[in-house]
Design a protein around this ligand. Structure first.
Ligand code: ARG
Length: 458
């Protein structure tokens, strides 16, 4: 290597550690197919403005296809000076077709090239992520369909609140994922903006047809400002924000299941396929899958927060800091894809214990229904709430359940109690009364299933 321009105190060569520090091929090789696709489209655009003859275009395209195939077959020969996927592909192209390879980069910069590759790559991945999310929702809907009969206490503050259907709880998580599905679909137009043809920063002096490029590569729109085109990475932040939120939903569901899988609750048992043992305590079956799901939500959020820190304060257009967009994005995509699959497997295979759920239904979770009973007899709710609370206290002092109190006990609390009081102490009747939209009655649970099924069709 020759001495660098800024020689002086330098010995000429890039410091070996700096050389390595600068290299991104180790991870950005994942975008090899996107890089080739972008280059093929760009070669065509150059032909349209007379920079390449169609003979030259064909040679370049064939060369690029060969390079792409080498990556796919795992035989691409990486050279020490291949700095990133863009330089590696161009170096190999020129080896294959000679100096003509050097015409491809006319008017193009790695700045518009890398931004294009990232967007193309992410658009492809989003399709898989979406499929994984839909598969998870589907499994949850199927379980909800089959287990509509199971009742358990619904909790607030982790204290028993009111009886609900197990399916209602499952579907509550599924609706969070449904909103994630919508949000994922809604962020696509902002990823699908073409930077190619922005050049290094000021635009393309050979006046390549960018609308043609967008069409060739399947972009929905063209970046209208070249400085924005090369410098924007908001689409990466937005995807990672999306992933952070969706991982948060996975994490909250995982936490419910961790609690429900304890011996103290015993509502669910994870299948062996998603549990692990202890190296010292032979009896243990730990819900590691759920704990990892919960833990990895922090990791994805960290990717997002970390890259946002990188972005903050950068001057306009391209700065090498932007190379730090890749590892967090790749990791976020890998982590959330795996998480959807694991969550799907856990939900599909866990055992659900309807009997244990039923045992947890103590009569006190009908205290609201008891208050509502008097409301139906014309007593204002604020009074009935108090009366029902006194019934709970009375039962507690007698160490008995609400339905063990006598009619006389109830009548001593309020004269409107009559012997139909016992109709209150029926969990099934309680959930069936919740029949406005969103309630836990059978019909409203079925309605939720129908809504989600419909959403999955698109
Ligand atoms: N590897 C670089 C990246 O990922 C490609 C762009 C390099 N551009 C430049 N002007 N050095 O950001």
């Amino acid at each position: 290597t020759k001495q660098k321009l800024w020689g002086g105190r330098f010995t000429g060569k890039t410091d070996p550690l700096m050389h390595e520090f600068n290299q991104s091929l180790r991870y950005d090789r994942r975008m090899h197919a996107a890089d080739i696709r972008g280059s093929i489209a760009y070669a065509k655009a150059l032909t349209k403005v007379g920079i390449l003859t169609s003979e030259e275009e064909q040679q370049i395209v064939r060369g690029l296809q060969t390079v792409g195939k080498e990556w796919e077959d795992g035989v691409f020969n990486i050279q020490p000076d291949d700095e990133d996927i863009h330089t590696a592909n161009e170096r190999r192209l020129s080896e294959l077709i000679g100096p003509l390879g050097g015409k491809l980069h006319t008017g193009r910069s790695r700045n518009d090239q890398v931004a294009t590759d990232m967007r193309l790559w992410l658009l492809d991945e989003v399709k898989d992520v979406e499929a994984g999310l839909k598969a998870l929702i589907r499994v949850m809907v199927e379980r909800a369909e089959q287990e509509k009969d199971y009742l358990l206490p619904g909790y607030t503050h982790l204290q028993r609140g009111q009886p609900i259907r197990w399916s209602h709880l499952l579907l509550s998580h599924a609706f969070s994922f449904h909103a994630d599905l919508q949000r994922l679909q809604q962020l696509i137009p902002r990823v699908s903006v073409l930077p190619l043809g922005c050049g290094a920063l000021a635009g393309n002096p050979f006046v390549v047809d960018r609308e043609f490029l967008a069409k060739e590569l399947g972009f929905q729109s063209v970046a209208e400002n070249s400085l924005y085109g090369v410098g924007d990475r908001d689409f990466i932040v937005e995807f990672m924000m999306w992933a952070s939120l969706s991982m948060t939903h996975i994490s909250r569901m995982a936490e419910d299941l961790v609690i429900y899988s304890t011996a103290e609750f015993g509502f669910v048992t994870l299948s062996d396929a998603y549990s692990t043992g202890s190296s010292i305590m032979p009896q243990k079956k730990n819900p590691d899958s759920l704990e990892l799901l919960r833990g990895k939500s922090g990791r994805v959020f960290g990717n997002m927060a970390g890259f946002l820190m990188t972005l903050k304060g950068l001057p306009s257009t391209y700065n090498k800091d932007l190379q730090e967009d890749k590892e967090p994005l790749f990791d976020a995509v890998d982590t959330i894809s795996a998480s959807f699959k694991i969550a799907e497997g856990v939900v599909a295979t866990m055992e659900v214990h309807a009997d244990k759920m039923r045992q947890a239904l103590t009569m006190d979770v009908l205290a609201t229904d008891l208050a509502d009973y008097l409301v139906r007899k014309g007593v204002p709710f604020r009074e009935t709430h108090h009366i029902s609370g006194r019934a709970v206290a009375l039962a507690e002092s007698r160490k008995c359940q609400l339905n063990d109190l006598t009619l006389q006990d109830y009548q001593s609390l309020n004269a409107k109690f009559t012997d139909d009081i016992h109709s209150v102490f029926d969990f099934e009747a309680s959930v069936e009364r919740r029949e406005s939209i969103g309630g836990t009655s059978r019909k409203m649970v079925e309605r939720q299933i129908a809504v989600l099924r419909k959403a999955l069709e698109n």
